[in-house]
Design a protein around this ligand. Sequence first.
Ligand code: HEC
Ligand code: HEC
Ligand code: HEC
Length: 82
Amino acid sequence: MIRDYAKRGEDLPWQRVYGFLDESHIRFNHAPHIRAKVDCATCHGDVASMTVAERVVNHTMGFCIECHKTKQASNDCLVCHF
Ligand code: HEC
Ligand code: HEC
Ligand code: HEC
């Protein structure tokens, strides 16, 4: 199984902790979020207490949009997609 992935030169599916698929055409910048004082933990969980990086928070579109709605940040498609 694992060797098949390696042979095809593909990443193992569970290797990805964070990061979007290229096909989703997401632009994400930390800067506006840091400026708006959004906590790291809101999006990454309590990283400080982890021994191995884990994906605690799923960065789905709903996750982004929910907060943008409550914080009155833009939910224009082209804010996040290109
Ligand atoms: C609004 C949500 C949000 C906040 C707040 C946030 N991040 Fe992120 N962070 C993300 C997303 C989404 C990605 C993935 C970006 C990508 O794939 O292009 C990411 C990626 C990262 C990565 C790369 C991880 C990897 O697996 O490649 C690091 C390191 C990181 N963030 C650290 C931080 C730190 C430190 C803070 C606080 C100062 C922070 N982030 C705050 C959403 C956030
Ligand atoms: C916990 C709240 C929260 C989450 C989760 C969040 N955002 Fe945001 N986002 C904000 C706030 C607050 C701003 C700043 C809005 C402003 O400056 O007026 C912002 C700004 C942005 C901007 C810049 C908008 C502009 O007008 O320039 C982009 C792009 C963005 N977010 C993308 C994302 C993406 C993609 C995700 C999901 C991976 C995400 N955000 C998740 C709160 C959040
Ligand atoms: C605040 C950020 C944000 C906004 C605004 C937003 N999206 Fe998204 N969208 C995302 C993220 C992040 C993902 C990818 C989630 C993942 O990788 O699981 C996504 C995924 C998608 C996908 C699925 C792509 C795929 O991977 O198959 C579609 C389609 C999509 N968005 C359409 C839209 C449309 C249409 C709008 C405007 C009405 C919109 N999005 C607005 C953040 C956003």
